[in-house]
Design a protein around this ligand. Sequence first.
Ligand SMILES: C[S@@+](CC[C@H](N)C(=O)[O-])C[C@H]1O[C@@H](n2cnc3c(N)ncnc32)[C@H](O)[C@@H]1O
Length: 281
Amino acid sequence: MQDPSSAKSRRATAYLMESEEEAIRLDVKTDRDAVRRQALWCGVGPGLRVLDAGCGAGITTSILADVVVPGGGVLGVDYSPQRIDYAAAHYGGERGVAFALHDLREPLTRFGTFDLIWVRFVLEYHRSAAGAIVRNLLECLKPGGRLCLLDLDYNCLTHHELPEATMDALQKIMRAVDERFDFDTFIGRKLYSLLYDAGLEDIRVELAAHNLFYGPMKESDKFNLMKKIEIAGSAVNDVIEACYPGGYARFYEDFVRHLDDPRRFTYTPLLMTSGRKPASG
Ligand SMILES: C[S@@+](CC[C@H](N)C(=O)[O-])C[C@H]1O[C@@H](n2cnc3c(N)ncnc32)[C@H](O)[C@@H]1O
């Protein structure tokens, strides 16, 4: 379990999920088939030059590259040196794959232009900067190219059947996380408007289920959910201590019991959106 006392120092950093194991968490939890299906829905296809914005461990960059080669390529960018080192070490040798360190809040024009830009599970970390990031990305999208935003709605809030006190605490935790880390628990429902406000055309939207779990849970899925609770929970430890009988340790214990119960039903709504940059834009 993460030491809650480290939460205050982490608050100064921008990324809520920062931890030494973050690249591994992202690598282990990524479902290759699901990402491939999402990529095909977004219009990723052979020959395209794609930007994987906020690429994390690089596994999504590798999956996208599988689709665009031969002829195309994928550049994965992330602002974490740790994630970029991991990505380069694990996926950097693959055909059509490249990585670069970059903060999406800064202009990306040094990378040239792209046919398609893919942004999955990144805008949720930037409630106030999401619009500015979209504008940055549009600058390096070719006219006629597609900007694809994929993110969750009701993040961490759809677990049946958590005890009432645990569910109440979870809602308070996510409210505190949103306020303190500029996170957005409800970014999924905002993606369409972000594309609309940016002047994109032919906007398409699809709703799917992410993390749909019932019955016994795979170890890799449990690891991911526990990491989320550990890190988000310890980041707002004071909120849990104030509202939960037994405090953080008891909350963690109750949540693990819920995950271990094969009767439990858990899912998160995933919004996939895609819009085309006007040919004259
Ligand atoms: C939850 S992970 C998602 C990784 C990958 N896109 C996926 O779908 O699995 C979010 C990643 O976005 C990166 N990130 C967040 N804000 C960023 C920013 N402003 N610029 C670049 N990368 C950012 C984080 O470092 C992290 O690796």
